[in-house]
Design a protein around this ligand. Structure first.
Ligand code: 6PG
Length: 267
C-alpha cells in the first residue's frame, strides 16, 4: 500500500484539490531507475494507443541518467514506439547545449542520440540565449504549437513530467523562495536563483500541476530530510517547492530508494 498524505492532517492553504501521491519505496537507485523506465514505457504505450502521441518533459540533474540509459538499451528500447514521442524539458541551466551542465546534453548523450527519432521531436529549451525571458516565451509558444493550443491560455497537460528533488526541496528549477513560485499564468519562466548566482529556465507550478502524470525519482541519504518534510511535514510550499506538486490534477508518483525514504513514517 503506498504511503498516503491525509488531507485532513496537513493544511495546504494554496490547494483546492489534493492529489494523493503514490509513494513506492525501492531498495536502491538501480531499482528506482528500472521502475521509472517501466513507468515511462507503460505510459508511452497507453498514450500512443489512445491518441497516437506521447508528450514527455524530461528531468535534469543526475538521478534520471540511469533511467535514460536503460530506456536506450536492449530490452527496453524496442518496447517504445519512439517515432510517436515528443521530448521536452521541464527545466534547463543557462549554458550552451554542449556544456557539461546542460540537461539537454545529459539526456542526449544518455539515450536520445541512440534512439530512432528525428530532430523535430526534440524540443530543447534554448536557455543559453541572452534574452532569457524571450527564450522562455518562445518555449511556451513551442509547447502550444505541438499541443495545438493557444499560447496565452491555460497550459496543456503533458502525458508525463519527469522530475527530481534537490536537497533543499526544489524541483524543476523552482528553488525555495524564488520568484517563479508565484507565477500564476506563464507556463515557462526564467528564474533567478540567487544562491547559485545564476538563472534557470523552468516550468512553472501551473504547468507542472496540469500534467496527467508527474513522476519523481529520488535517491540517496541526502534527500531523506527534505523528503519527509515535503511528504509528511507541515505545508511550506515556498521553502519546499516540491510540495507544490501535491496540488496537481494528475497522478503523482514518487519512486524513492530506501536511503531517501528512511525518515518516512508511511511504510
Ligand atoms: C536540475 C533539475 C533539478 C534536479 C534536482 C535533483 O536541472 O538540476 O532539474 O530539479 O532534478 O536538483 O537533482 P539530482 O538528481 O542530481 O539529485
Amino acid at each position: 500500500m503506498p504511503g498516503l498524505i491525509r488531507s485532513d492532517t496537513i493544511p495546504f492553504p494554496w490547494l483546492n484539490h489534493m492529489s494523493t501521491p503514490i509513494i513506492r519505496r525501492l531498495p536502491d537507485p538501480e531499482s528506482v531507475s528500472q521502475a521509472a523506465a517501466e513507468e515511462f514505457i507503460r505510459l508511452a504505450a497507453e498514450c500512443i494507443s489512445a491518441r497516437g502521441k506521447f508528450t514527455v518533459a524530461l528531468a535534469g540533474g543526475s538521478t534520471p541518467k540511469r533511467m535514460y540509459q536503460l530506456l536506450g538499451s536492449a530490452g527496453y528500447k524496442e518496447r517504445v514506439n519512439w517515432a510517436r514521442v515528443e521530448f521536452f524539458w521541464g527545466d534547463e541551466r543557462c549554458v550552451p547545449s554542449t556544456h557539461a551542465d546542460s540537461n539537454f546534453r545529459m539526456a542526449n548523450e544518455a539515450f536520445l542520440q541512440s534512439l530512432p527519432i528525428c530532430s523535430p521531436q526534440i524540443h530543447r529549451m534554448q536557455a543559453e540565449r541572452e534574452d532569457r525571458d524571450q527564450a522562455a516565451e518562445d518555449y511556451q509558444a513551442e509547447i502550444a504549437r505541438v499541443f495545438g493550443v493557444y499560447s496565452n491560455g491555460q497550459p496543456p497537460a503533458f502525458d508525463l513530467i519527469l522530475v527530481g528533488m534537490g536537497g533543499d526541496g526544489h524541483t524543476l528549477s523552482l528553488f525555495p523562495h524564488t520568484a517563479a513560485l508565484s507565477e500564476s499564468t506563464r507556463w515557462v519562466v526564467a528564474n533567478r536563483v540567487e544562491k547559485l548566482q545564476t538563472f534557470r529556465l523552468t516550468f512553472t507550478v501551473p504547468m507542472l500541476n496540469r500534467a496527467s502524470n508527474v513522476l519523481f525519482c529520488v535517491a540517496g541519504a541526502d534527500k531523506a530530510i527534505p523528503l519527509v518534510e515535503v511528504l509528511e511535514g507541515p505545508a511550506d510550499g515556498n521553502r519546499l517547492p516540491s510540495q507544490r506538486s501535491l496540488a496537481g490534477q494528475g497522478v503523482l508518483t514518487w519512486l524513492v530508494d530506501e536511503a531517501a525514504a528512511r525518515e518516512l513514517k508511511a511504510k
